[in-house]
Design a protein around this ligand. Structure first.
Ligand SMILES: Cc1ncc(C[n+]2csc(CCOP(=O)(O)OP(=O)(O)O)c2C)c(N)n1
Ligand code: SF4
Ligand SMILES: [Mg+2]
Length: 351
């Protein structure tokens, strides 16, 4: 099934974006995930975001690890670059690709096992290095692909489908991303496309490490009573701190937002995040306050969602390393291999 391409039929009345593409042009192969899996809704949100932003698919690189979640890049943006790496190692491959060619838009897709269990070290370092990417963690609290073992994001006290109680403390990926220096941190729910789509768009626009933890229920192994990652639990305990509208540029703002509590957060590329505060005490520019809020909500069993932190002045890894703007594949042999004399000079400077 994974090799099944979708039929190329486009109904003539399908709406087109500014590039003349329909949503179908941003789809991938037929999904082989279980019907109702949260991961498919996240793929749909990604398709929607890229289509609405009118991004040319060949300018996007999708990288993932291993898992049901990491299979999903096959199901969206079929005309983009893709690399399904090794379990827990997507961040280092994405970092390398990004350093070689900064002109592409990098999407990292991972699971909670992939990022918080085997890949925890890689996850932490890609955040602190500020790699320019939108990192989407499809968080279901279990290893879906290998039949539902608890992952490191399963809450202590939550029950498996067979009734076993998880005794271990959960890794909270949004807190960890904040501690590690990610400059855009959000949490959302696969069942809330209205919240997720603008978050994805804003994460794409962000210059630096952008992280979205998306609670994404596994209908096969973790959608029962006693689970804190089920559709029912998340719907009942979802506490959104804000709601977003994303505007690709200032000119696009044609509606007048007169409602109170709306703040504008300009991004480096001229795009604007419009934030409606649902919790007046929540300031997404305050990292310490974000950490406090997340910890307090977790203690009450709430799932805090929305844009939890953003640093609009963030710089990415290329700025830290002062790298060349030209992608490696556009450099000639002379630039790539400047000779023994130059190597000697570099070595001498390091002695
Ligand atoms: C090095 C290595 N160890 C273990 C596995 C087995 N394995 C494959 S997927 C997976 C867990 C996937 O869980 P998660 O990342 O949460 O993705 P999900 O399937 O839940 O979306 C494991 C342990 C593997 N493929 N490679
Ligand atoms: S096993 Fe779970 S995570 Fe995997 S496709 Fe099925 S519902 Fe989704
Ligand atoms: Mg998982």
């Amino acid at each position: 099934m994974t090799y099944l391409a979708k039929p190329k039929l486009h109904h003539p009345t399908l709406p087109k974006n500014a590039l003349g593409f329909t949503r179908r042009d941003y789809e991938g192969k037929v999904s082989t995930l279980c019907a109702g899996c949260g991961h498919d809704s996240i793929s749909a949100a990604l398709i929607q975001s890229f289509w609405e932003l009118a991004i040319e698919p060949h300018l996007v690189a999708k990288l993932s690890g291993i898992g049901c979640s990491s299979k999903t890049p096959d199901y969206f943006l079929g005309n983009s670059h893709g690399f399904n790496t090794v379990h827990g190692r997507m961040p280092s491959v994405l970092t390398g690709a990004n350093l070689a060619n900064r002109d592409l838009i990098y999407i990292g897709v991972s699971g909670d096992g992939d990022s918080a269990s085997i890949g925890l070290g890689q996850f932490a370092h890609v955040m602190r290095r500020g790699v320019n990417m939108a990192y989407i963690l499809e968080n279901n609290g279990v290893y879906g692909l290998t039949k539902g073992q608890f992952s490191a994001t399963a809450d202590a006290g939550s029950k498996s489908k067979r009734g076993a109680v998880n005794a271990e403390a959960a890794v909270d990926t949004v807190s960890l991303a904040l501690l590690m220096g990610a400059t855009f941190v959000a949490r959302s729910f696969s069942g809330d496309k209205k919240q997720l789509v603008p978050l994805v768009k804003a994460a794409i626009a962000h210059q630096g490490a952008a992280f979205i933890d998306v609670i994404s229920p596994c209908v096969a192994f973790n959608n029962h009573a006693g689970s804190t990652k089920s559709y029912d639990y998340v719907r009942e305990h979802n506490e959104a701190v804000n709601r977003l509208d994303f505007w690709p540029n200032r000119d696009a703002i044609t509606v007048d937002y007169s409602e109170g509590g709306v703040i504008e957060v300009p991004q480096h590329d001229g795009s604007i995040i419009k934030l409606r505060k649902l919790d007046p005490s929540y300031d997404p520019a305050d990292r310490i306050n974000a950490l406090n809020h997340i910890a307090r909500a977790a203690a009450k069993g709430e799932v805090l969602t929305g844009l939890l932190y953003v640093n609009s002045d963030a710089e990415d890894l290329h700025a830290h390393l002062n790298t060349l703007e030209v992608p490696f594949n556009q450099l000639g042999e002379k630039d790539l291999c400047p000779g023994a004399g130059m190597l000697e000079k570099i070595n001498a400077a390091l002695r």
